[in-house]
Design a protein around this ligand. Structure first.
Ligand code: MRU
Length: 357
């Protein structure tokens, strides 16, 4: 039974109860901004579907959901026998890996869950399950801490009174809490540096309009919503002094995949001499790939484009191309704001150096 919001504060997602009988509770983000509804995920297919359909979305939040999904999967065939728990975990993590391809946080979190099981000496099923919930909680807790730290480093780059453009949603709804790109803004605001945010609506699924504008309003940050195709004009009018966006996967050389449209914003920022920053935790880096050409780009249902506003907005049968992400080349990125500091300039060497620190 979905739960409706009762107070002003909210938790994007989290575990409710103990490892044996508890479950993952998350805000169904497909219903925002008009309805605030939480859903309880008690089996792996429900977690998989929540990720696939973007009920929970944003790279770090997907990773956190997957960690808890792995716990749910591990106990799905009984917990008495340890071998059964290990086998069920392996099946669950393999299945959750198929939910979405681009955000590396999903694979990073599932690798952690598999590694936690592998590193747990043979004992018994209930003890292993407890260890797995501990790992999933750690993923969520570390994400909260990383977001706060990103906010702190990013706020140092912000001047009071600036106009800041963001694309998609890289806020508290996209993470365990507080966000990445929006953390920079929240942290600046907490320091008394008030800014004005321009939020791209972010077609086709409108994460900017539905989620970013909602989050900023709730936190009392002044926000102006624009259609994606208005960004150039707003930059030309000198209303934007900085662009800050999130990322779904960053290659070893700094090429960064983020929501479709981000690459265009980066080109516009370059043309107008506006600094373009990416804010992301270390869990979003994929140092196993040399550059952005190897980042898998999710292709989504054409219906998202043809029926974008709850009704048919294109002729039946029209051919549609719907990549969910694009890759911004490192040379267009002024800096990457991580929980360990700001990587600037962006190249393979500075990335390795800052992440190692
Ligand atoms: O398809 P989505 O909504 O999951 O895409 C999300 C984004 O592209 C975010 O900008 C990115 O994950 C960064 S979230 C901190």
């Amino acid at each position: 039974m979905p739960r409706r919001e009762e107070s002003a504060s909210y938790r994007t997602l989290g575990w409710v109860g103990d490892e044996q009988t508890g479950h993952l509770r998350l805000i169904d983000q497909t219903r925002l901004p008009t309805e605030f509804i939480e859903i309880d995920c008690r089996d792996v297919p429900t977690v998989w579907e929540a990720i696939k359909l973007l009920r929970v979305r944003g790279a770090p939040a997907i990773g956190v959901a997957a960690g808890y999904g792995a716990v749910i999967g591990a106990r799905s065939q009984g917990v008495k026998d340890e071998g059964t728990v290990r086998k069920a975990l392996a099946e669950a993590t393999a299945y959750l890996r198929t939910s979405r391809p681009t955000a590396v946080n999903l694979f990073w979190a599932l690798d952690r869950m598999d590694a936690a099981a592998a590193a747990t000496p043979p004992s018994n099923g209930p003890a292993l399950l407890k260890r797995l919930l501990h790992e999933a909680d750690a993923i969520a807790e570390e994400d909260r801490a990383m977001c706060r730290s990103i906010g702190k480093f990013g706020a140092e780059l912000v001047q009071a009174g600036e106009g800041i453009l963001t694309h998609c949603n890289a806020g508290g709804l996209a993470t365990a809490d507080y966000g990445t790109a929006l953390a920079v803004i929240f942290s600046a605001q907490e320091q008394g540096k008030h800014v004005h945010v321009f939020a791209d609506e972010t077609r086709p699924l409108l994460q900017g309009a539905r989620l970013t504008a909602w989050e900023l309003q709730r936190r009392g940050v002044p926000v102006t919503l624009i259609c994606d195709n208005m960004a150039a004009q707003v930059m030309k009018e000198r209303k934007i002094q900085k662009v800050v966006v999130g990322a779904d996967r960053i290659a070893a050389n700094g090429d960064a995949a983020n929501k479709i449209g981000t690459y265009g914003v980066a080109l516009l920022a370059k043309a107008h001499g506006i600094p373009f920053y990416v804010a992301a935790p270390s869990s979003t880096f994929d140092l196993s790939i040399a550059d952005g050409s190897a980042i898998p780009i999710e292709q989504r249902d054409p219906q998202e484009v043809t029926h974008g506003f709850g009704r048919q907005t294109a002729p039946a049968g029209v051919s549609v191309y719907n990549p969910a992400f694009d890759v911004t080349p490192a040379e267009l990125i002024s800096g990457i704001i991580t929980e360990k500091g700001v990587i600037r300039p962006v190249n393979a060497g500075t990335i390795r150096e800052v992440l190692a620190g």
